[in-house]
Write a protein that binds this ligand. Structure first.
Ligand SMILES: [Zn+2]
Length: 517
């Protein structure tokens, strides 16, 4: 696969490229990473500790940005539980979205405050959580609804759609993919994995197939819009919507700085289905490279790249599929089954010891285990003792690297290791579960309610924390920096660059190569 001009190569060769950037929190999931980018701080401060957490007051799992006070502007555009395959998205039981669960301010909020509401602030993504996070509390977010095949928003942002959004959706751009397929962009011999398309561990979702070409199906296919998100089509639609937004909302046309966040999510979904080292990921990146080149050329034409500071990063890294590693001789890579944790012999024996017949492990939703606190109280048991006992048993499971109780985190009775620090940075007392379960490197869950995928990120290990951080445009001189930096530094850097105060919880360090006078 060959990169073209004007996309990734423009960023890497002409931008300030930090090649050694890592997150420092333990749960490397979508909302956690996006909000860390937006706020410049860790989940312990911004509060978005996981894509889904158990809300003890409501006694149910909640989806990170669900908010029943702000319903979607399009009726029937919310998650369709019959066809939703994203296990995180499926957890949303409430129709409505807002950023109200984000506890600290975002860079975009600080721009709104500093420039007295005159900055235009927008965020776009295929995923609702990819847009709501980056828009912050003050911006406007649009995301792709698989149920309606259109870009939508909620009443948090608008009472009615801007005309240009209705017009864009009215053209039904998604339907142009009907009956078509995702095909290789370049001759297969140019790809590293050109001869390795068909592998048994890849996911075959509803006729999408494991090999090229991947057919989208007709527009009445139950999974048609889902398949668009699992391919470069999702990014292409996002690009088209973002270009229209940039033009219609007149971004970058006056002296007040504006903000546009675009989260291209196809790379994530394609990685889940086919693994990081796959022909699909290779082609998706080749196409994302063209998508970026198209975006930058458009920005150059409308605003000028000299007047635009571009930042590229990611919400998390991407792990290899165990099957790929095993083929290379890394035998320990495997999947872990978290179903029926409560019924495993070790936990069953522990429950017997405590005199508990009912379910002790109330819920597991990555990365936390939630114990039945009411039951523990009823039995007159000590919560911290039960937590520690369950954690001690879980640590013995094959594939478990550690199980860390929240009591241990609260009382700081832990060894001071990089892993413990990353779990502590992820800890919020009201949202984190009772035990943080850490799998060994190259071990992860792949079965979500019957949907079996090739790989899943979300670990504290380097392949999941490793992301690009690149600044480009705005007359920045090219530089390649190997010094360790973090994605939390981005918001602090942009605040310093704009000479405004950093977001309320920001812990990052302004990167000197970008904001020097
Ligand atoms: Zn993902």
């Amino acid at each position: 696969m060959v990169l073209g001009d004007g996309g990734f190569r423009y960023l890497m060769e002409e931008g300030v490229y930090y090649s050694n950037a890592h997150y420092q929190h333990a749960n490397t999931e979508t909302i956690v990473g996006h909000v860390s980018l937006a706020t410049g701080t860790v989940p312990a401060a911004h509060g978005m500790v996981a894509n889904v957490w158990f809300d003890r007051e409501q006694d149910r799992l909640v989806y990170n940005i669900e908010d029943s006070n702000y319903h979607l502007l399009t009726a029937g555009a919310d998650v369709d539980r019959k066809t939703e395959i994203d296990p995180t998205q499926k957890a949303a039981r409430v129709e409505g979205r807002s950023p109200n669960n984000i506890l600290t301010s975002t860079l975009s909020d600080e721009m709104a405050i500093h420039f007295a509401g005159r900055s235009k602030i927008f965020a776009v993504s295929v995923k609702d959580r990819g847009a709501v996070s980056m828009a912050g509390h003050t911006g406007k977010a649009f995301w792709f609804s698989k149920a309606s095949g259109a870009f939508v928003t909620s009443t948090y942002y608008y009472d009615r759609y801007p005309d240009w959004v209705s017009e864009w959706n009215g053209r039904e751009p998604a339907s142009s993919y009907a009956g078509k397929s995702w095909e290789l962009m370049q001759p297969s011999s140019t790809y590293l994995f050109g001869g390795a398309d068909d592998r048994e561990y890849e996911t075959d979702l509803a006729g999408f197939g494991k090999v090229f070409p991947h057919a989208y199906g007709e527009s009445d296919d139950k999974y048609f819009t889902t398949k668009l998100t699992l391919s470069p089509a999702g990014d292409e639609l996002t690009l088209d919507f973002a270009k229209t937004l940039l033009d219609e909302e007149q971004l970058g046309q006056d002296e007040v700085p504006d903000y546009l966040a675009i989260s291209f999510s196809s790379n994530d979904y394609v990685g889940h289905l086919f693994g990081a080292s796959s022909l699909e990921i290779e082609d998706n990146l080749a196409r994302l490279d063209r998508t970026l080149a198209d975006l930058f050329a458009y920005v150059d034409e409308k605003v000028g790249l000299a007047n635009t500071l571009i930042v590229l990063s990611a919400d998390h890294g991407q792990p290899e599929a165990p099957g790929y590693l095993q083929a290379l001789g890394i035998d320990k890579a495997h999947y872990f089954d978290t179903d029926a944790l409560d019924k495993t012999p070790a936990i069953a024996a522990l429950k017997k010891q405590f005199g508990i017949g009912e379910e002790l492990i109330k819920e597991y939703f990555h990365p936390y285990i939630y114990l039945n606190r009411d039951l523990i109280r009823e039995k007159g048991l000590d919560q911290s003792l039960v937590e520690k006992a369950v954690a001690a048993e879980l640590k013995k499971f094959n594939g478990v690297a550690d199980a860390v109780s929240s009591t241990a985190l609260r009382t700081a009775s832990l060894p001071d290791t990089p892993l413990m620090r990353s779990i502590l940075r992820n800890f919020h007392p009201n949202r984190s579960g009772d035990i943080f379960l850490v799998f060994e490197p190259d071990v992860f869950i792949n079965d979500f309610d019957g949907l079996v995928v090739a790989s899943t990120h979300g670990s504290p290990w380097r392949y999941d924390t490793f992301v690009p951080v690149i600044f480009a445009g705005a007359g920045l001189p090219a530089a390649k920096i190997n010094r360790p930096v973090t994605p939390y530094d981005i918001a602090s850097t942009l605040a310093a660059y704009l000479k405004i105060k950093p977001p309320s919880g920001a812990t990052g360090t302004p990167l000197a190569e970008v904001f020097v006078e």
